[in-house]
Design a protein around this ligand. Structure first.
Ligand code: NAD
Ligand code: DAU
Length: 339
């Protein structure tokens, strides 16, 4: 079995590649990634020498390059992680999100049609459902919750989802979609909440909490997400959407306080900054379908996962320090100075 994994030099894609190479030693994994600011070849150094792994630097929007790769590799399946993934950047500059997240998805699916690929899996997000109110803890996103997006990022992901389902109905492309909640774990790019707070706290820098820190996210350890995708790829029903989430809702402020506690840093580092525009209040996934149909359940409890994650950032300082000392500095200035 040959699987093309796009966006595999990013956070979740790389963790998925590690999971697959370990679990299926006879599978060939081809990573296609254009190495944007969020892609990092050093993340993949542990698998570069693996004879079942190949890295190809290219853009999923480059039709010629994508078709040439499919011609060469004749993949059995494609798992698409490649995306612009950060909400704040999408608010600053939406265009690239439309380009990669929508047109890139279409290009990959066109190649899948041409080369009769057995499965196209789209890695989507719970953000396509919009948000839930803070005072209705009884409400959850199910697969039939209407799409109702808030940011250019989530709109681009929802557009891609609609396109994936349209390719299934119109062309009979064998697709599946997973919509997961917030992931955390190793190799998470430091622009995102958890790694940003860990890195800042370790550098005794202020911890910028948007608004009052009351917004709720539903956190899942990245390995559990990878296992869910693996299951959907092998056992999921074609044409179906599967929500992935572990019933682990937490307020942002509680996460930041927990990180301070774990690192022995004072809460006085916390600063409340101007809120994100259109900030989604609460995400909460109902994972009943994937549990009932495929037997998936999250294995890592948040209390353990956050400890493992913090330990990883402590033991892999060079990975994130290299990132935050480069172009990231300009991003940080733009985003947080005078906020
Ligand atoms: P990430 O930003 O860490 O990684 C994205 C990767 O895609 C990078 O390696 C980047 O170089 C690559 N890429 C970007 N544009 C590309 C292009 N045009 N061509 C080829 N490669 C390109 O993202 P992530 O957090 O790992 O998210 C992966 C996927 O999972 C995304 O589709 C995202 O929407 C989805 N998702 C993320 C989360 C989360 O909590 N991080 C939760 C649910 C779903
Ligand atoms: O729900 C899945 C989504 O989770 C994915 O689709 C996205 O790709 C991923 O980036 C993530 O989106 P969020 O916007 O929820 O993640 P982020 O880490 O950017 O922010 C988490 C929460 O923390 C959010 O409420 C905003 C807040 N926040 C974030 C940052 C970076 C802060 O308060 N301060 C910060 O500096």
């Amino acid at each position: 079995m040959t699987i093309i994994v796009t966006g595999g030099a990013g956070f979740i894609g790389s963790n998925f590649i590690f999971h697959m190479l370990k679990k299926y030693p006879d599978y060939r994994i081809v990573c296609l990634d254009s190495l944007t600011y969020a892609g990092n070849l050093s993340t993949l150094k542990g698998v570069m020498e693996n004879k079942n792994f190949r890295f190809v630097k290219d853009d999923i929007c480059n039709r010629e390059g994508v078709f040439a790769l499919f011609e060469e590799e004749r993949p059995d399946a494609v798992v698409n992680f490649a995306a612009e993934s950060h909400v704040d950047r999408s608010i600053e500059e939406p265009q690239i999100f439309l380009q990669t997240n929508i047109l890139g998805t279409a290009t990959l699916m066109d190649a899948c049609r041409e080369y009769k690929v057995g499965r196209y899996h789209q890695v989507s997000t719970d953000e396509v459902y919009g948000d839930l109110p803070l005072d209705r803890p009884d409400l959850f996103f199910t697969e039939t919750t209407p799409l109702h997006t808030s940011s250019p990022y989530s709109s681009s992901k929802a557009s891609a989802d609609l396109l994936v389902l349209a390719y299934h109905r119109t062309y009979g492309l064998p697709v599946t979609i997973s919509r997961c909640s917030n992931n955390y774990g190793p190799y998470h790019f430091p622009e995102k909440l958890i790694p940003l707070m860990i890195a800042n706290a370790l550098n005794d820098k202020s911890l910028p909490v948007y608004g009052k820190g009351e917004n709720v996210r539903d956190w899942l350890y990245v390995e559990d997400h990878c296992k869910a995708i693996d299951l959907i790829l092998h056992k999921g029903r074609v044409g179906e959407v599967y929500n992935v989430g572990g019933h682990n809702e937490m307020k942002n402020i509680d996460i930041v306080k927990l990180i301070c506690k774990e690192l022995g840093k004072p809460e006085s580092l916390i600063t409340y900054v101007v809120d994100r525009k259109g900030h989604d209040l609460r995400y909460a996934i109902d994972p009943t379908k994937i549990h009932n149909e495929l037997g998936w359940l999250p294995e890592t409890k948040f209390a353990d996962g956050i400890k493992k994650t913090i330990k990883w950032y402590l033991e892999n300082r060079e990975w994130w320090q290299e990132i935050i000392s480069g172009e990231y500095k300009n991003y940080y200035e733009r985003m947080y100075k005078n906020r």
